[in-house]
Design a protein around this ligand. Structure first.
Ligand code: NDP
Length: 283
């Protein structure tokens, strides 16, 4: 079977072009969308992620602020900054770059973000809204994956979907979205016995683990759609996903590459959520 590679970078470019038009229309009415990214400490990976987000904001026409706070920032200080951003009319979306230093309670911080500015979709109110099928902001990685699945034209209704990984930012919201589209969803994790028994019967597999090439060809059903969320750096510096990409070529019907798959769509959905937040306030 010929495997189609789902080009996340190309889909991201098309989606960003449409978002640029919406952002431009808002700006013309004096309501330019605005995103604030709050980063505590100087974790190098977080810095790269936030800079990428800021760069894409500029590309789409979103005003952005990168708020860099020292690692010694107290939880009270951080909560104060978030309250100020909640009240700032230039800012429609607030993201708190994770992980936060250990002395700060992430749950309390994420709950402090005003739900109508929570463009990462991590506030309990937005998590609850997604769970009941009335989403406001959907977490960006699963939202991007749904766009990629839609672009393939694959019907999800009645399909077996297996998600490997149960994090709050990827696995769990992914399960909700697929469930709402009529898929029969299984979530696997580190305590799952015989992972391959689950993945081998899946029409759609989403790997969100963080283990290089955990899913080999022997774990994938012929014709399955394979979505690789993982980003892993090998000792030689090469970036690989959670799926053995070359091995599933010829067996899967579709697969996402790493890099150039889920990553570009994740940052694009952050832009989509920010534009939407601005439109909702403008309405
Ligand atoms: P987490 O570390 O929060 O979650 C990983 C999940 O994988 C956990 O649920 C864990 O189980 C499960 N797991 C670990 N080992 C195994 C195993 N051997 N078999 C089955 N399940 C296992 O990670 P995230 O969800 O935040 O991210 C997952 C990956 O996706 C990472 O590589 C991350 O870098 C990448 N990522 C990529 C993004 C993108 O834009 N492309 C965005 C976000 C993440 P348990 O819960 O039992 O511990």
């Amino acid at each position: 079977m010929e495997t189609r590679i789902i080009d996340g970078a190309a889909l991201a470019r098309r989606t960003r072009a449409a978002l640029t038009e919406r952002a431009t229309a808002l700006t013309a009415r004096g309501r330019q969308p605005g995103l604030a990214a709050v980063q505590v400490g100087d974790d190098p990976a977080s810095k790269v992620y936030v800079r990428t987000k800021m760069r894409v904001c500029a590309e789409v026409g979103i005003y952005s602020e990168h708020i860099e706070l020292p690692a010694a920032t107290t939880e009270a200080e951080l909560l104060g900054r978030i309250r100020a951003l909640n009240a700032d009319p230039r800012i429609h979306g607030i993201l708190v770059q994770l992980p936060l230093p250990k002395h700060i309670g992430s749950d309390r911080v994420l709950e402090a973000v005003a739900p109508e500015k929570d463009v990462d979709g991590f506030h309990p109110e937005n998590v609850g809204r997604l769970a009941i099928g009335a989403p406001r902001f959907v977490p960006c990685t699963p939202a991007g994956i749904m766009e990629m699945l839609a672009a393939t034209g694959i019907a999800l209704d009645g399909r077996d979907a297996v998600i490997v990984g149960r994090s709050n930012i990827v696995g769990k919201p992914m399960a909700m979205l697929l469930l709402h589209q009529g898929a029969t969803v299984t979530i696997c994790h580190s305590r799952t016995r015989e992972l391959g028994d689950h993945t081998r019967r899946a029409d759609i597999v989403v790997a969100a683990v963080g283990r290089p090439q955990l899913l080999g060809a022997d774990m994938v059903k012929p014709g399955a759609v394979v979505i690789d969320v993982g980003i892993n750096r090998l000792p030689d510096g090469k970036l690989v996903g959670d799926v053995a990409f070359d091995a599933v070529l010829g067996k899967a019907s579709h697969v996402t590459p790493v890099p150039g798959g889920v990553g570009p769509m994740t940052v694009t959905m952050l832009m989509a959520n920010t534009v939407r937040a601005a439109e909702l306030r403008d309405a």
